[in-house]
Design a protein around this ligand. Structure first.
Ligand SMILES: Nc1ncnc2c1ncn2[C@@H]1O[C@H](COP(=O)(O)OP(=O)(O)OP(=O)(O)O)[C@@H](O)[C@H]1O
Ligand SMILES: [Mg+2]
Length: 509
């Protein structure tokens, strides 16, 4: 053991919520100048531990020391003042205030009796400079107009502006693309060099490998393993799930499972997409790879009717389809599952069950449910939530009491219950632990086997390659290559970064 004194130390922390012992005698610390990764399954207690540190929750038992002094924060503003800054998984920004106002909320610089807007703006610009020119917004921009990645940057800028000694990042990359992630990692390297303590919560093993000095695994509210180095992936996973994972990705589609074309897109274009031709067959998972801005998201939006094609022809089960709205798409049996929980209309005050059930009602018409099967009933939803291993005291508790990843599972269940014809998964496993990822992939495969055509868009390339029966590569709003499962990451990346006039690679018939 190193003799270096920790910058903060938590000893024997216990915290119960009604029906759940969220933390059971947990000790955790972080030294100056290190990144300590905190990992574990959804609902393991990671966020709760950090909320106890910052004073959002009070521990039922245990002690916290900051630079050797015993502390007990009753409110996050108190811990902030002492240099502890937590960037939460669910942002706490005010949408109708500017970036600068959000960064300085509760500690606005004053000139006499007045708000010193000028210096607030300048200080904001200084912290934003740390992101280079990547942020595309200014101190005055209203936070409500920013996308998730930009909001994440505002949260980070806020922590940096506080010159916090302890910075906790709870799944900070969940909404960032590759280049934004790289920017963040470099920033973290700098913070480490400056001697700050960084607690880094993630579900992504490669981020642990890239960043961590030490790793602590928490399981069911207890410490399951501590590593003074970065261990092998298997060791982390085993500590997290209590066993080694069997097959992570499901089987591919068997030849006799591949059915008729469900959705045919012929030479379709809009402002962002050019001459897209694509057949989506029943039983097949088609994955889409490409760099950020290649058009994958635009394609999902077009197929889902949110930003429709303006030329070309689309047919659904052989019949012409002219979508002008997502509602029409959903009624036709085309459903999109977006990755951003916040964008999916979680009703935080409603129960887990009602959140999972909501769309089944929202899309039923006076003529009945537009989907192939009957109304998803209570049992279906219950079964899906169980299959996804949704951890909640019961499905009748308010969804906001669930861990972030478990909230996500309710959304996944919501869409799966509708048994749509075409299912578009966008970043389906963002913020989801490895064990549940595997469960979601199996669900995807099951839906395909039941006759759905599946589109999967994910920035996690290994996931796209592992799950998809075939992989389409996009670049500059076009489909530039097609590969069968088994293609290497390198081949896909090569195709993804080639110019758009590169010849189309025909990987499969
Ligand atoms: N305010 C609350 N009321 C009731 N239960 C809660 C509350 N906050 C957390 N819990 C419960 O405590 C447990 C730990 O949740 P926590 O959010 O710490 O998990 P996590 O490890 O951060 O998971 P994830 O990876 O999904 O974010 C879960 O069972 C969760 O449902
Ligand atoms: Mg969490």
């Amino acid at each position: 053991m190193s003799k270096v004194k920790p910058l903060f130390e938590m000893r024997g922390i216990t915290k119960a919520f009604p029906g759940i012992l969220a933390l059971d005698d947990v000790s955790f610390d972080c030294r100056a100048g290190e990144v300590h990764a905190l990992v574990g399954e959804n609902g393991a207690g990671k966020s709760t531990l950090m909320k106890v540190l910052s004073g959002v929750y009070q521990a039922d038992a245990g002690e916290i020391f900051l630079q050797g002094e015993k502390v007990a924060f009753l409110h996050p503003l108190e811990s902030l003042k002492q240099g502890v800054s937590v960037i939460y998984q669910e942002f706490s920004l005010l949408p109708d205030r500017s970036v600068a106002e959000n960064i300085f909320l509760g500690r606005e610089p004053m000139r006499g009796l007045f708000l010193d807007k000028q210096s607030m703006r300048e200080m904001t610009q200084t912290v934003l400079k740390m992101f280079g020119d990547k942020h595309n917004f200014s101190a005055e921009t209203l936070v409500g107009t920013l996308d998730v990645a930009q909001q994440q940057m505002v949260e980070i800028a806020k922590a940096l502006s506080l010159e916090a000694q302890v910075i906790v990042m709870d799944e900070p990359t969940a909404a960032l693309n590759d280049s934004e992630c790289e920017l963040l990692f470099n920033l973290i390297d700098d913070l480490r060099k400056q001697g700050r303590s960084i607690v880094y919560i993630t579900h992504r093993i490669r981020e642990i490998k890239r960043l961590a000095d030490r790793v602590t695994v928490i399981k069911d509210g207890k410490i399951a393993a501590r590593f003074d180095h970065v261990p092998e992936t298997d060791q982390i996973v085993e500590a997290m799930v209590g066993r080694t994972l069997g097959q992570f990705y499901p089987e591919l589609a068997a030849p006799d499972e591949i059915g008729e074309t469900v959705l045919r897109i012929e030479d379709c274009s809009n402002a962002r997409l050019h001459n897209i031709s694509l057949d989506l067959k029943a039983g097949v998972i088609t994955g889409f790879a490409g760099v950020q801005g290649a058009g994958r998201a635009a394609l999902a939006m077009a197929v889902f009717g949110a930003d429709p094609f303006v030329s070309g022809a689309v047919t659904l089960e052989g019949k012409p389809l002219n979508l002008t709205s997502p509602r029409q798409a959903a009624q036709a049996g085309i459903v999109m599952l977006p990755g951003d929980r916040k964008a999916q209309g979680l009703s935080l005050m409603q129960s887990v069950f009602d959140n999972a059930f909501i769309s089944a009602r929202a899309f039923s018409t006076p003529l009945g449910n537009p989907f192939r099967t009957n109304h998803a009933d209570r049992n279906d939803i219950q079964k899906l939530l169980d299959q996804l291993d949704t951890r909640a005291a019961s499905y009748d508790v308010e969804i906001k009491s669930l861990s972030g990843g478990n909230q996500q599972k309710a959304i996944v269940a919501r869409w799966l219950a509708l048994k749509p014809k075409v299912l578009i998964f966008v970043e389906p496993t963002r913020g989801i632990d490895v064990n549940t990822k595997s469960a979601i992939y199996r669900q995807m495969r099951k839906l395909a086997q039941q006759g759905a055509a599946i589109m999967m868009i994910s920035s996690d390339l290994p996931e796209v390659l592992g799950v998809s029966d075939r992989i389409m590569v996009m670049s500059d709003g076009r489909i530039v290559a097609e590969f069968p499962n088994g293609v290497s990451e390198a081949d896909v990346m090569r195709a993804a970064t080639h110019s758009a006039d590169e010849q189309i690679v025909q990987g499969v018939a």
